[in-house]
Design a protein around this ligand. Sequence first.
Ligand SMILES: Cc1ncc(C[n+]2csc(CCOP(=O)(O)OP(=O)(O)O)c2C)c(N)n1
Ligand SMILES: *[C@@H]1O[C@H](CO)[C@@H](O)[C@H](O)[C@H]1NC(C)=O
Ligand SMILES: *[C@@H]1O[C@H](CO)[C@@H](O)[C@H](O)[C@H]1NC(C)=O
Ligand SMILES: [Mg+2]
Length: 414
Amino acid sequence: AVCSLSGRLSQQTFDSPSDKPQFPGASAEFVDQLEFIQPNVISGIPVYRVMDRKGQIINPSEDPKLSKETVLKFYQKMTLLNTMDRILYESQRQGRISFYMTNYGEEGTHVGSAAALEPSDLVFGQYREAGVLMYRGFPLDLFMAQCYANADDLGKGRQMPVHYGSKELNFVTISSPLATQIPQAAGAAYAMKTLNSNRAVICYFGEGAASEGDAHAGFNFSATLECPIIFFCRNNGYAISTPTNEQYRGDGIAARGPGYGMMSIRVDGNDVFAVYNATREARRRAVAENQPFLIEAMTYRIGHHSTSDDSSAYRSVDEVNYWDKQDHPISRLRHYMTARGWWAEDEERSWRKQSRQLVMEAFEKAERRLKPRPEWLFTDVYDENPTGLQKQQEALQRHLEQYKEHYPLDLYDK
Ligand SMILES: Cc1ncc(C[n+]2csc(CCOP(=O)(O)OP(=O)(O)O)c2C)c(N)n1
Ligand SMILES: *[C@@H]1O[C@H](CO)[C@@H](O)[C@H](O)[C@H]1NC(C)=O
Ligand SMILES: *[C@@H]1O[C@H](CO)[C@@H](O)[C@H](O)[C@H]1NC(C)=O
Ligand SMILES: [Mg+2]
């Protein structure tokens, strides 16, 4: 299912007078018929899947046959992410936090790919991959602390909500400017290769971010420098309000792989096993062969782009309902579990209750916690602050002392 194009051009030999093209830029044959290459020579790169929409395994040899314990873990992480999204989305609507982005509909791409990696593999995310971090063990308390920008936040409250990061879990902190993570990830993968570390890098991005020039630089450097990296594109149909049919004319993102000399595959992102299998194989080969892989996971963004967006302005309720009700990664996995007798109404009910409780406890704790010390605004960039920053810090201090009554300083850590 992996479509390949030999990216490595062999150096030609000049000893025999052959009638083959000798140009150094491509390995090819001469032809004497004028023919333009059709962009659709293969009519649509196929979508690899393991399960059908009802959770039935299509080809038993592709069944990853994961243990009951592992499958239940997948399901619990996917649904816990859902519950956390609901509570944090509501928190923003109620004015408790400033911003939020949900992951609805993309849970299968997160959990399937995260489970296929080694914990030491380095993750670069975009912003809609909270499930990857959750699968790695990031606790609810820290998700909440980040969104609430409280004193427990690892980033000390200096980032917008959903900009998580964890050094311990090898998850590089999210940054908002689109696609900046792509060349950074390529560089990190190059470092891993030179260190012979047996580690891979995975770099997540949306199909919209793939339009940035940085995507081009990252893909080409990874291919030419032969880096152990997995480019994981979540093609969820939209870049905010721009649908994919206005974003590009080629066959999605996977079709660009061969142009860079990269192994590429398109998978059903709502099939957690297909995502798992593809990522696992890509990870194994990326490290064994030092080469980049491109995975395009087809999925659908069920929620609004963010809390600053109202998607009813540019798409129909029927369209959203189709994905929510008929082709959802969580219900597909649940069908699979139910068919094996691993899960039934009782388990569902008690897990829903328990997961909601876990999220609510973390949420209440985060809300009660103090805000980070204002001085932390000025730390962690310079070893010793330059005089300009020192002056700003002193000015802030004077201002806060002079106008204390206007600031809720008792809510801040001392
Ligand atoms: C360089 C840059 N340009 C524009 C934006 C504004 N912006 C934020 S998210 C987004 C859409 C990205 O879409 P996609 O990559 O498909 O990810 P998705 O939101 O669908 O998960 C845009 C245009 C930005 N953050 N950075
Ligand atoms: C999917 O996983 C199963 C079990 O591990 C394996 O037999 C199969 O070859 C995998 N498919 C791919 C494409 O890796
Ligand atoms: C690809 O990367 C190589 C370095 O590895 C660089 O020399 C070349 O200019 C790049 N080409 C493109 C098309 O970006
Ligand atoms: Mg998108």
